[in-house]
Write a protein that binds this ligand. Structure first.
Ligand code: GRF
Length: 199
């Protein structure tokens, strides 16, 4: 059985969408552990309500390498083989990435490489793009930079605010993150440089 480790920092709606698919049997795996770098993250409450292992490992004041070693230890303790970042607001070190080659995924609320980093929906509105969306990608040690697995586009409407655009993008995030997890777990892809070819 594939064992997922989900890393969160906040609301946890992407985690919940994944958990719904796991519960429905439409993701062939189980959630071995949910880890948050913020003890008060709303997603931790949801994880516990679902009866999952929800572990807070506060990151405040810790050196990246030290923190990532703690994360790795916890993920290994739960025999995790796929790490899903779901609103996890930290960069991971090269040491961490090397421990899970092609086994760390992230979701970002823009069509990368446009608008990496914080407040992607705000950046999209400020820039005036007519189309935005979301991206699921493999994680490397750079910010929102690894090979792209899936993207979904949504229109940016004239009357959009950060809230309305974010909600439209979020619905797509919840759909494509689980789809990307299925693809990776089933090995239904090949890589050609940065290109992820789906089969
Ligand atoms: C999402 O928009 C995700 O793309 C970004 O952070 C947000 C997390 O939301 N990385 P949630 O915690 O999954 O509800």
């Amino acid at each position: 059985m594939n064992r997922l480790g989900i890393l969160i920092s906040g609301r946890g709606s992407n985690f919940e969408a994944i958990a719904d698919n796991v519960a429905a049997g439409t993701i062939d795996g189980e959630i071995a552990v949910v880890i948050s770098n913020r003890a008060e993250a709303r997603g931790m409450v949801a994880a516990r309500q679902r009866g999952l292992n929800a572990i807070a490992i506060p990151s405040k004041g810790l050196d990246r390498e030290v923190y990532d070693r703690m994360l790795l230890e916890e993920l290994r303790r739960h025999s995790v083989d796929l790490v899903c970042l779901a609103g996890f607001m930290r960069l991971l070190s090269a040491t961490f990435i090397r421990a899970f080659p092609n086994r760390v995924l992230n979701i970002h609320p823009s069509l990368l490489p446009a608008f990496p980093g914080l407040d992607a929906q705000h950046q999209a509105l400020e820039h005036g793009v007519k189309i935005s969306g979301c991206t699921v990608h493999f994680v490397d040690e750079y910010l929102d930079a690894g090979p792209i697995i899936l993207q979904a586009a949504v229109p940016v409407l004239d009357h959009d605010t950060v809230e309305t655009l974010s909600a439209r993008i979020l619905a797509e995030e919840h759909r494509i993150y689980s789809e990307a997890i299925r693809i990776v777990l089933a090995g239904r892809y090949a890589t050609d440089g940065r290109r992820v070819i789906l089969r």
